[in-house]
Design a protein around this ligand. Structure first.
Ligand SMILES: [Cu+2]
Length: 134
């Protein structure tokens, strides 16, 4: 009687631990970016913000302008974190694509990209959508 109650409690604890672990090991995804995917902004951003769904090591951050790579202040750091702000001093008007790769807690490296437009002549900003992970 006492033993089976103990066993049930043990099973409940093990189940909870497994649940917590599977949450922690979720695949890496970009939760949001600013500017967002598909966004149109009238003022050129001096930095780009990335927020992932958990701590990652950002191994690549490449900003492409029209047919050429733009300067950024991205530096790979070994510490995993969820939020990154990369200074992008060279952005002016035009179409831009960010190509990123991030290694998550599950050990997988995920690569994706998103694009936005800077157009000072536009009548209003467009918010864009948040990009999905894998
Ligand atoms: Cu994964």
């Amino acid at each position: 009687m006492k033993f089976s109650a103990y066993l049930l409690r043990l099973l409940a604890v093990a189940g909870l631990a497994a649940l917590l672990q599977s949450t922690a090991m979720a695949h890496t995804a970009l939760k949001q970016a600013a500017p967002a995917n598909g966004a149109l902004v009238r003022v050129a951003p001096s930095e780009i913000e990335l927020e992932f769904n958990g701590p990652v090591t950002l191994v690549k951050f490449e900003l492409m302008g029209a047919a050429h790579e733009m300067e950024t202040e991205f530096k790979m750091v070994p510490e995993a974190k969820a939020n990154f702000i990369v200074a992008t001093p060279g952005i002016q008007a035009g179409d831009f694509t960010v190509n990123w790769s991030a290694m998550g807690a599950d050990g997988h490296t995920v690569s994706n990209s998103f694009s936005f437009t800077v157009d000072p002549a536009a009548t209003e900003d467009r918010a864009g959508t948040q990009s999905a992970g894998h």
